[in-house]
Ligand binder design. Structure first.
Ligand SMILES: NC(=O)c1ccc[n+]([C@@H]2O[C@H](COP(=O)([O-])OP(=O)(O)OC[C@H]3O[C@@H](n4cnc5c(N)ncnc54)[C@H](OP(=O)(O)O)[C@@H]3O)[C@@H](O)[C@H]2O)c1
Length: 235
């Protein structure tokens, strides 16, 4: 049985990713922040599902994830770093260091923590993958080209996702010696609590496209920063 760990599974795209991987016979682990969300998910997904209650912005999450995995599995096939929060301030006068640090923490440092927690397990998979759910708004090329110039997007989110993209490039380079693929996926403009005002797709649809694309083993055949079946993005 294949094992997947999906972060941010309480709602939105993460919840739909749990559903689609679970329905396709994966053994699913998911990081959620609240005990009540873990209990709700446990009602819905009976066997082969394990919620891990922890906050990815706390270093303690590393051991919590490691300890939970080691109780039942010795390998992990796929880590999906999905957890994230939106930013607010889109004018430089309004930007706060608190918001900047907090978005950098969840979108970038949290992926370092989840990777540290799972690396030993990923190394034992036959075809290990790390999928980072990024955003078109983290594309330096698209932003610099003026593609979004008629829209307002937050400083913290765009900078945090661009940092995450650099982390993905660094991880891909280092982890290729272990045969671990690292891919950045823009999930589309999805109607969730974090979705932008121009959102036009559902979390249901987005998660299924992501699943199909990863399962189709498109990793490395196309770009490494992609919106499945829609577009390859430039870094
Ligand atoms: N929606 C879009 O159009 C869109 C577009 C591009 C990229 N994305 C990216 O896609 C990912 C999922 O977004 P979404 O739209 O599904 O958002 P969402 O509905 O707001 O869900 C985000 C999830 O992440 C969890 N989370 C946040 N901070 C966390 C932390 N410190 N530790 C553990 N879990 C944490 C949240 O937990 P709680 O429930 O406890 O708050 C929530 O379950 C994000 O990385 C987002 O940036 C989304």
């Amino acid at each position: 049985m294949k094992n997947v760990l999906i972060t941010g599974g309480a709602r939105g795209i993460g919840k739909e990713l749990i559903e689609v991987y679970y329905a396709n016979n994966y053994n699913v682990f998911s990081v959620v922040r609240k005990q009540e969300d873990a209990e709700e998910l446990n009602k819905e997904f009976k066997n082969n599902f394990t919620p891990i209650v922890t906050d990815l912005t706390d270093d303690k999450c590393i051991n919590i994830i490691k300890n939970t995995l080691s109780k039942t599995v010795n390998h992990l096939d796929l880590l999906i770093n999905n957890a994230g929060v939106p930013g607010n301030a889109y004018k430089i006068e309004d930007v706060t260091s608190i918001e900047m640090k907090s978005l950098f923490d969840i979108h970038c440092i949290a992926i370092i923590r989840s990777t540290q927690a799972t690396l030993d397990f990923l190394k034992k998979s036959k075809k290990p993958k790390i999928v980072n759910i990024t955003s078109r708004l983290g594309s330096l090329s698209a932003m610099a080209s003026g593609e979004f110039e008629d829209r307002n997007f937050s400083y913290s989110y765009r900078i945090a996702k661009a940092s995450q993209n650099m982390l993905s490039i660094c991880l891909k380079e280092e982890l290729k010696s272990y045969n671990i693929d690292v891919i950045s996926i823009h999930p589309g403009k999805v109607k969730t609590q974090s979705g932008s005002s121009d959102a036009n797709s559902s979390a249901y649809e987005s998660a299924r496209k992501i699943f199909k694309w990863i399962e189709g083993d498109n990793i490395n055949k196309k770009g490494t920063f992609t919106e499945p079946y829609e577009r390859d993005w430039l870094w």
